[in-house]
Design a protein around this ligand. Structure first.
Ligand code: ZN
Length: 465
């Protein structure tokens, strides 16, 4: 019988720790193999002063548990320098009732010879999703004792990093289309991890959002310009941007948004059938009391029919603030679309206002950042603003979005997985979502602190303050 194996993701160390993979323990005691060693694990309920006699082949070892031992090793005894083979082990002890117990077992000790036989798991496919800086490896047929991929790569800051990921699909966030990968193995009833040699992957095939998502249904777009926006400078620039061809313009936005939110077109995601797009000024009294400066908003009837209003007043103000900078204006308008379309395609979560706002608006700006809808400077500034914000990761919009993107350092698929927690978790919370993706040992506050430290370093390097 194989025990369920669970792994933590260690960001810095990047090593797999074999869990308590085990044969059936006897009387709360386990004898496990390892790398040229053998480990006896004793249940914490054993009382101090219990004595144990261990025979490995012909050699005898005696040990007992006293308080110091319990504290220092957690009731664990190791016999080192063992040959790589099956050893006959006999363990004798008295249980808590004073009854003598003796059992014999074969324990496999592993070593270099075993490790040399380990292959790099076959790859089914590899793809570099360049727009969102994600390189994904899909692993082929299952391999016995396989624990996961150990990937050495260059992270988004250009630093060397190592990620250990136990999944059949593993993704890293990188600007470099190359990596080195080893496969990790945890044999049954063994406490140590073994690794294959490293394999270098270079020039992984690059895919655009359209390559991957081009086959999905694109909503029918109804495009309207309100009388109050007609013949304005805002309208002219807007028409120029979409080249009077809203269908292909919007299709591209859809591909880019789905590409950032989901892993593959086979994933389930909300369907959008129609999209009414309105260009006009936002009038607070008529429009949910949104401020007149609101760049845009998106609404849905709940059956896949969405309405998006883009504020011509915002476009004109942006033009005034950035005279002659057409590229900037174009980026801003596309960025608004990326954000608003995310709202139509993202999952919803059930949570209180603070949590829900961080999920919904954080994701929308995370998608905008990932798809290049903001600059690197914007990203660092959002981090610095996060340090000053009492709401921290609940600040929503850019501040939350950049933090979510940064969490891809722990799992390149973090943003996709975070979106999915919206439907997978009942009573959603930010903390629950992070733990469900990265592991119970991860506290959002600790991650946030680490994130802020990094952003401050980056700001210094880039001369931003
Ligand atoms: Zn929004």
């Amino acid at each position: 019988m194989k025990n369920t194996k669970r792994f933590g993701i260690l960001f810095l160390a990047g090593v797999f720790a074999c869990p308590f993979a085990s044969a059936v323990p006897v009387g709360g005691i386990d004898v496990l193999g390892g790398r040229n060693r053998l480990v006896v694990r004793i249940d914490p309920s054993f009382e101090p002063s219990s004595q144990f006699e261990l025979k490995v082949d012909r050699k005898k070892y005696v040990f007992d548990i006293n308080e110091t031992q319990k504290r220092n090793t957690g009731n664990e005894f190791t016999i080192d320098n063992l040959k790589e083979k099956d050893h006959k082990v006999t363990l004798s002890f008295k249980d808590n009732n004073g009854k003598p117990v003796k059992y014999t077992r074969e324990v496999t000790v592993y070593g270099d010879n075993y490790e040399k036989t380990l292959p790099v798991r076959d790859l089914k496919s590899a793809i570099y999703n360049k727009e969102i800086n994600e390189l994904t490896l899909n692993w082929g047929n299952p391999v016995s004792d396989y624990a996961g991929a150990v990937i050495s790569y260059t992270n988004m800051r250009g630093r060397k990093a190592v990620l250990s990921l136990p999944y059949d699909r593993t993704t890293i966030a990188t600007r470099v289309n190359a990596l080195e990968v080893r496969s990790a193995y945890c044999p049954d009833a063994c406490v140590d991890t073994f690794y294959s040699v490293a394999k270098v992957l270079k020039d992984v095939p690059v895919a655009t959002p359209k390559d991957i998502w081009g086959g999905v249904y694109v909503p029918t777009v109804v495009y309207e310009v309100m009388d109050t926006a007609k013949n304005t400078e805002g309208e002219t620039i807007y028409r120029k941007l979409i080249k009077d061809d809203p269908t292909s313009f919007f299709a591209n936005v859809v591909y880019r948004v789905l590409n950032a939110l989901y892993e593959t077109p086979q994933d389930s995601f909300p369907k959008v059938y129609t999209m009414r797009n309105i260009l006009g000024p936002v009038i607070p009294a008529k429009e949910y009391n949104f401020p007149a400066s609101t760049p845009a908003y998106m609404g849905s009837d709940g059956s896949g029919n969405c309405t998006m209003k883009i504020n011509v007043t915002h476009i004109e103000k942006f033009m005034k603030d950035h005279p002659g900078e057409y590229q900037k204006l174009e980026d801003e308008i596309i960025g608004i679309f990326l954000h608003e379309f995310t709202h139509s395609y993202q999952f919803r979560c059930r949570a209180n206002n603070r949590e829900e706002g961080a999920f919904t608006e954080g994701m929308a700006d995370a998608v905008r950042f990932m798809t290049g809808g903001f600059t690197e400077e914007d990203r660092v500034r959002a981090g610095l603003a996060g340090e000053k914000s009492d709401l921290k990761w609940f600040s929503r919009y850019r501040i939350t979005g950049c933090f979510l993107m940064w969490l891809r350092n722990f799992d390149g698929d973090f943003v996709h997985k975070f979106n999915r927690t919206g439907v997978d978790l009942k009573n959603w919370s930010f903390s629950k979502a992070v733990k469900s993706i990265l592991g119970e040992q991860y506290e959002v506050q600790d991650l946030w602190d680490q994130y802020i430290r990094e952003v401050k370093e980056e700001a210094l390097e880039m001369g931003i303050n």
